[in-house]
Design a protein around this ligand. Structure first.
Ligand SMILES: Nc1ncnc2c1ncn2[C@@H]1O[C@H](COP(=O)(O)OP(=O)(O)O)[C@@H](O)[C@H]1O
Ligand SMILES: Nc1ccn([C@@H]2O[C@H](COP(=O)(O)O)[C@@H](O)[C@H]2O)c(=O)n1
Length: 214
């Protein structure tokens, strides 16, 4: 746990792709928002900070390793979190998984008391670990993650089944082994089974509710 937070507390949720990070973050957010309002709590997704690749051909964009830390602009993410902690609003980029580029539009994030930050490589970066007040690792078995990613990427991210399987073997699984799994050691809480783990949701809600009262 870091002592650097001022007006805003950051809770990080990391883990494999399709391990349930977005689902648990959005469930905690929606259930707390209903009680405290959305001026107190927000969610930021690390995926919004993928490097813009509009200067590359589609062929080169498809070949990119999106599971390596170099694919992400953590400098911008750290700058934004520091601004939020100082009480300043930021423009969070929007990302297109089908085009592999940043969109022209961004989303304004006003300062919040608590920000839930979710993403695969968050705990690999010491700067982000230091900013976090608490961290969670979604420890869902990889075969379940692959099944869920396959369904989600075909339904929602404009992918074919074959492209998901090729990418999984080439980069997703190897990068998980090299970077993401070893970062589990830095988590305060390890959540098994995925984004519907009710006890984990309630523990996170109780922790955040306590922070909001303080
Ligand atoms: N425990 C669970 N049971 C059933 N489906 C789940 C569970 N956890 C996550 N999912 C589903 O799996 C898919 C991937 O989850 P998501 O939260 O998007 O993962 P991540 O953000 O880690 O990539 C989504 O369609 C989500 O609804
Ligand atoms: N252009 C992109 C950018 C990212 N990905 C994949 O997204 C995964 C991370 O997002 P999750 O919501 O699944 O955590 C990551 O594993 C990248 O492979 C992509 O396919 N294309």
């Amino acid at each position: 746990m870091s002592e650097t937070s001022h007006q805003c507390v950051i809770i990080g949720i990391a883990g494999a792709s399709a391990s349930g990070k977005s689902l648990i973050a959005s469930t905690v957010y929606k259930e707390l928002k209903a009680k405290v309002g959305d001026h107190q709590i927000g969610v930021i997704t690390e995926d919004c900070y993928y490097n813009d690749q509009s200067h590359l051909t589609m062929e080169d964009r498809v070949k990119t390793n999106y599971d390596h830390p170099n694919a992400l602009d953590h400098n911008l993410l750290c700058d934004h979190l520091e601004q939020l902690m100082k009480g300043e609003a930021v423009e969070v980029p929007q990302y297109s998984y089908s085009e592999h580029t940043r969109l022209q539009e961004s989303t304004t994030m006003t300062p919040k008391k608590v920000i839930i930050l979710e993403g695969i490589l968050l705990l690999t970066d010491p700067r982000l670990r230091n900013i976090m007040h608490a961290s969670v690792f979604m420890d869902t078995p990889l075969d379940i993650c692959l099944l869920r990613r396959l369904q989600r990427d075909v339904a929602e991210r404009g992918r074919t089944m074959e492209s998901v399987l090729v990418q999984y073997q080439k980069t997703v699984r190897p990068m998980f082994m090299q970077f993401i799994e070893p970062s589990k050691q830095y988590a305060d809480i390890i959540v098994p089974r995925g984004g519907k783990n009710r006890i984990a949701i309630d523990v996170l809600k109780a922790h955040i509710a306590k922070l909001l009262r303080s």
